[in-house]
Each structure stands twice: as C-alpha cells, then as structure tokens.
Ligand binder design. Sequence first.
Ligand SMILES: Nc1ncnc2c1ncn2[C@@H]1O[C@H](COP(=O)(O)OP(=O)(O)OP(=O)(O)O)[C@@H](O)[C@H]1O
Ligand SMILES: [Mg+2]
Length: 249
Amino acid sequence: MCAGSGWKPVPGVPDGGVTRCDCQLRARGGAMIAAARIPKRYEHCELSNFTTDFPGADPSIALAQISASRFVQEFDPRDGAGLLLVGGIGTGKTHLAVGILKELIAARGSACLFCDYRELLKQIQNSYNDSVQATELQVLRPVFEADVLLLDELGAVKPSEWVWDTVSLILNTRYNDNRTTIITTNFADEPAASVTRSSSSSPARTAAREETLGDRIGERMRSRLQEMCRVVRMDGPDFRQKFKSASFG
Ligand SMILES: Nc1ncnc2c1ncn2[C@@H]1O[C@H](COP(=O)(O)OP(=O)(O)OP(=O)(O)O)[C@@H](O)[C@H]1O
Ligand SMILES: [Mg+2]
C-alpha cells in the first residue's frame, strides 16, 4: 500500500495528503509485544482462547474471565488499579494475565512487561556480582517504568529479609507512581503466621498450616497489595493435567 515508505495517501485527498500506513501500525504493535517479553510458553495465551466451558470447570474461572475482560474495558492508566490473581496450580492465572497484557497493548498501546518473580530476583542478586555488567538499577528500571507490569508467581522465592526488602522496593515504587501491576500467585491471600498465631494454636497445628502470601512476602506488603489490586480467585482443577492429551495449549 505504501511501497515501503511507511506512508499511504489519505483516501479522498487527491494531492499530497498522507497518513501512516497500516504496515507501520502493525509493526508498532509487534514491537510492543516483543518489548513485553512474554515467554514463548505463554505466547498462545489470549482472552479469546481462554475457555470457561469444560468438564469440571469451577465457577470461579468464568468469573475470573469476566473480571479480566472488564479490567481491560475499564483500564485507566492514571488510577494504577491492578489485579491479583490467586489460585492453585494450572488454574489459568498466567494465561488470563498474559491475555490482559496483549489486549492492553493492542487496544490501548500500553507499554507492558512480563516479569517472572523468581527470575527477576535472581537477576537482581546476580547484579551484585562484580563480574556482571548490569547494575541493580538497570535490572529494575524497566520493572519500575512499565505502564503495566505482570509479576508472575509472586511469593515463589523462599522468604528472607532481602526478599522482603526487594518486593517492598518494587511494589512501593509502582504504588507511589500510580502504575498498574497485575500479579499471579499460588499462595492464599491470607495473613502471615505471625499475625494469626494465637496462644491456643498447638505447635503441630502451626506446622501443618499451609504457607500464605503473608508468610511469603511479609504482612505489610500483602496489605499494600490490597490497596493496589482487586483480588480475583481462580479455583478448580489443574488445566494442564486435565487436558494433557487434548489439544488445549
Ligand atoms: N481456561 C483455560 N482455557 C484455555 N487454556 C487454559 C485455561 N486454563 C489454563 N489453560 C492453559 O493451561 C496451561 C496452564 O495454565 P497457566 O499457566 O495459566 O496456569 P497457572 O494458574 O498460571 O499455573 P501455575 O500456578 O502453575 O503458574 C497454559 O498452557 C494455559 O494456556
Ligand atoms: Mg502461572
């Protein structure tokens, strides 16, 4: 249409009027998807191919899909409101979150970034190594600056003072700048043991208790997340196990 110039004649304007060619718009969308660094494993994930109608589907899955679509429709980059997708293994949290990113890139031109929590903390730790070129700030800058950050598998790293400080730095920086953060986690959005422990809980009971998001990222950050994100629960079977031999992604 533009013979490679990137500009095409405006229809109905006989001499000289030009506008950006569709090939440029497509290339920009492609560049923004590449910049979002969505891992190959999740490239197929779209809101449109997220199915809610399969045998054994938990009702929360259809509600989560509605929440995701509504989130895209109502997205306002100025208010910084995000989503916290909480649920068991393979319930489709990352699929939905990636689907949201792709829609926001295509429909709103938002600068998005996929970030694996475990991988990010490893990169930051690695930046302290003298032989590594990247500084901590170089690793963190894109994480701070993305319009929309997808932080996948929050809590997946064993907690320590350093982990808590690092999570606080990331979440507080984005919170203070009013930037949108979408989070997935396997850990129940419940308080840390230090908050719930009562004098009546026996040691055996405390040991049997499953770890919560409060335990993994610290209670202060869990409470910060309540301000930053709307919590969406995703329950039900592991989609990977259920459809291992079927043609789902
Ligand atoms: N409702 C669904 N419709 C279509 N595909 C799905 C659905 N749920 C999950 N999948 C697919 O199943 C696989 C696992 O889903 P996904 O990675 O999103 O799960 P998850 O909840 O993030 O799991 P984990 O807790 O292990 O990170 C992906 O390939 C995803 O595309
Ligand atoms: Mg996941």
